[in-house]
Design a protein around this ligand. Structure first.
Ligand SMILES: *Cc1c(COP(=O)(O)O)cnc(C)c1O
Length: 388
């Protein structure tokens, strides 16, 4: 069997060869001058990726769920009111984590594929003095994007800290931490940041850092306590080693290379590329007569798409797409899990990857007897890609 296949799931994604090569360095000591320089430079450059001028970056070994856990356990005190803008599976997870650390959690839930309206969020914020407003930038279970700019401003205007799960969005979807008044944004390496799984990455605003420093109660966890990692991040950025837990040295070399590539492309160019490639893919699905999970184009993410199977087609489609050389993912939203599939198109994704994926989906649909004009998806994708 061939090893050549294209991984188009919402993380892990296809990684740039130079990022993978960066990982293959002979592991130096985590306190060696060469590693201190690499880690320190990466931390500083992450501010440019988050578009944060004065945020505090954290990079810790773990997955995106650890990043969520770190934010919640470190900032929430028992009894804190938290409002979760819920757009699916990962919002459910964030609500559960907040509850686990003693928050009183209220949720505004939208229909599958929809986003709670800003008016509703604002009305809820006026009813109670919330400490935190939590949203998922792109919920990976629905492919729905939340307008986190509005979330940030609503939180700031109503005395709450805004917390954004940016795991499936950061470095793909447009995001401006300072301008949008976001207090905490977190992500994981294997999504649009373009680094193999294993790094939890967070950026806290000065306001969020004040909340961390001003806690009345002790943080209930040890490894996930951001206060334990702060001296490490500060030291490495000042080009001094400092120990709390051994950093994942080789992964940080990979992050260093990926961040270098991201900044070389430029954040605005990167946001634009993701927007155009995603719109081209989504237009292709429309061209094939397939319906997307988000209820309107404005709600569709730029990093991934969730697509309903057409009538007469089920999850057998996934195997057929794989046979055509492309890996996509099944559904995970509990209410519609067996009715749709998901395609990641973030990070190093190219126009060729989009065409290959659309072509593989067409082949799979043909194999299953779905009736459509062969090439209709590819033609729609080509028209969209013309805007690059
Ligand atoms: C992938 C993902 C997570 C979880 O990240 P892990 O690295 O799998 O723990 C959380 N939130 C969102 C939006 C995600 O896409």
């Amino acid at each position: 069997m061939t090893e050549r296949s294209l991984l188009m799931i919402p993380g892990p994604i296809e990684f740039e060869p130079a990022v993978l090569r960066a990982m293959a360095v002979k592991t130096p000591s985590h306190v060696s001058p060469e590693f201190v320089e690499v880690f320190g430079e990466t931390l500083g450059q992450l501010r440019e990726v988050f578009l944060s001028s004065d945020g505090q970056p954290f990079v810790v070994a773990g997955s995106g769920t650890l990043a969520m856990d770190m934010a919640a356990t470190s900032l929430i005190e028992p009894g804190d009111p938290v409002l979760v803008v819920n757009t699916g599976y990962f919002s459910d997870r964030f609500a559960a984590i907040c509850g686990r650390y003693g928050a009183q959690v209220d949720q505004i839930k939208a229909e599958v594929g929809d986003v709670p309206s800003p008016d509703k969020v604002e009305a809820e914020l006026k009813k109670k003095r919330y400490r935190f407003l939590v949203a998922t930038h792109v919920d990976t279970s629905t492919g729905v994007a939340v307008d986190v700019e509005t979330i940030g401003h609503l939180a700031r205007d109503n005395g709450a800290l805004s917390v954004v799960d940016g795991v499936c969005a950061l470095a793909g979807m447009a995001f401006r931490q300072d301008e949008w008044a976001i207090d905490v944004c977190l992500t994981a390496s294997q999504k649009a940041l373009g680094v193999p799984p294993g790094l939890a990455v967070l950026m806290l605003s000065p306001r969020a850092m004040d909340v961390l420093r001003g806690r009345r109660s002790a943080v209930a966890t040890y490894y996930a306590n951001l206060s334990n990692w702060l001296p490490v991040m500060e030291a490495y950025e000042a080009r001094r080693p400092h120990y709390f837990g051994t950093p994942p040295v080789n992964l940080i070399y990979a992050l260093h290379e990926s961040v270098r590539q991201i900044l070389a492309e430029g954040m605005e160019a990167r946001f634009r590329r993701h927007r155009i490639l995603s719109r081209a893919f989504q237009a292709a699905m429309g061209g094939l007569g397939l319906k997307l999970v988000p209820l309107s184009p404005a709600r569709m993410a730029h990093t991934m798409s969730a697509v309903y199977y057409p009538d007469g087609v089920d999850s057998a489609l996934l195997g057929k797409i794989r046979a055509a050389g492309v890996m996509v993912a099944g559904g995970i939203h509990p209410r519609i899990a067996d009715r749709y599939f998901r395609v990641g198109h973030m990070g190093a994704v190219t126009p060729g990857d989009i065409l290959t994926t659309v072509g593989a989906i067409e082949q799979a649909l043909l194999a299953l007897g779905y009736e459509f004009e062969p090439g209709a998806g590819l033609a729609a994708a080509q028209r969209g890609l013309g805007q690059l």
